[in-house]
Design a binder for this molecule. Sequence first.
Ligand code: NAD
Length: 514
Amino acid sequence: MENIQPVLAFCNPATGEQFGTIPMTSPEEVQRAAEEMRAAFPIWSAKPVRERIRILRKFQAVLIEAQDEITAVINQDCGKSRQDALIELFITVDMLAQSARRVPRWLRRRRVSSGLYIFKRCYVEYRPHGVAAVIAPWNYPLTLALPPALSALLAGNTVILKPSEVTGATGLLIEDLIRRVPELAPFVRVVHGDGRVGAALVEARPDFIFLTGSTPTGRKVMKAAADHLIPVACELGGKDAMIVLEDADLSAAARWGVWGAFFNAGQTCMAVERVYVVEAVYEEFLRQTLAYTEQFKSGYSAELDGASGFGPITDPRLVKVIERQLEDALAKGAHILTGGKQRGMFFDPVVIVDVDHSMLLMREETFGPIMPIVKVKDEAEAIRMANDSSFGLGGSVWSRDLRRAQNAARQMQTGSIIVNDSIAQFGVPLLPFGGVKDSGFGRIHGEEGLMQFVRPYSYMVGGPPIRWDIATILREPHHYNLGAALMHVIFGVDLRQRWEALAQLRGKRGNNKD
Ligand code: NAD
């Protein structure tokens, strides 16, 4: 930790311009933040949920008020368009509004049956973990940082947020936006810096960790958290497959497949990274895909309504990944039909064919504007190939027959699926989003996303044990035969088993007398 660079520079990847710096948070400061949030936890968690909602609605108002400021910073930080930045804000505000409306119901104490303990009442309450650490990536620096933090807060946790070092300006802005709500500020800390600051945060022993990032980072964080038995939720990488069946609306599939592959320069965990098209429609799909790709240009504008399209590669480390995967694919026989030209951090979108699963491009996450397309014999082969991946985040199926598409979708080993569209399921705040396999197991959004930030607390209430309560009978000595008989009578699965129990009880009593 002693090697932490003191300063994090903000750099616009589209222009190369450095537009600010911030000191990195030192390990001591991370530790202090954890102590402060631990001290603040009893105060925040003791607030009734409706009070927490009231305070977070003020934050919602701040977010809406600051829309142009937010989209301007994201635009500089990532190089994406102001409108794409607005999508991030829109999803964040939508998530907060919808969760705030429902969270009292989600967190309500539940009465459960006390079973045979008929003189007791049993309840499950949901209690916050304590201090929640939220570690965020750079590709959607607002909408992957705030929603988990807001879920944690609604659930009653205090929060330490670590934004990505690649988009430090958005992290700084988030800190500033939180300060604008004085009733919220004491319960959130933002720490700034790279993976070493993230590691220091894990070492500061938060009570829960929510990580969105790559699969290797997920493994590192889980290993470090295991030393302290800290529960972790991981939202990790993807290699999403798109399946195009012969009865698909090919024009829509090509248009929105292209969008799903190239939106945000492909830097979306659930981007279309592999396309499997049944042979009957392969040529036509390819023709339309190339036509739509022609219309989808990369570029940069800081204007509110600047030309859309997609921006640059945000994280310079990715350029090498893209180059390596393309080189490997070309060496193994793949052909680029269009794109691939690089200008600084911008790539012309690539449509590539003759790819197979021996290529890195089809196995590793790419996170760039590349759309590999594979011709398959039929639906079964498409599903088999889609599932031939270590990842399992999202995916899509295209068919006019919704029943058929859903049937195919159910066979895909992913955490979510969309029929006849790309990526849009992430925009639904009540749909829990996350993966299976190497894509992790955490969920963002929805009741399931929020309920990760609480743990069940059970309690049983009633008067002191009374004689005829089954709990008393089983705890008092010399009741073996009676207890066994009760079990057979109450839980016996058929008449014979129940009747045998009574016979057995009589027999055993006789034996005992012997
Ligand atoms: P990353 O793994 O490099 O970093 C993610 C965060 O973890 C950053 O804040 C980073 O500083 C921090 N970090 C790195 N090393 C750490 C350590 N040892 N301990 C604690 N924190 C550490 O990922 P990235 O490049 O920022 O983001 C892109 C990745 O995130 C892609 O793999 C993408 O698929 C994935 N992602 C997943 C989802 C999802 O919902 N499943 C969403 C967006 C992005």
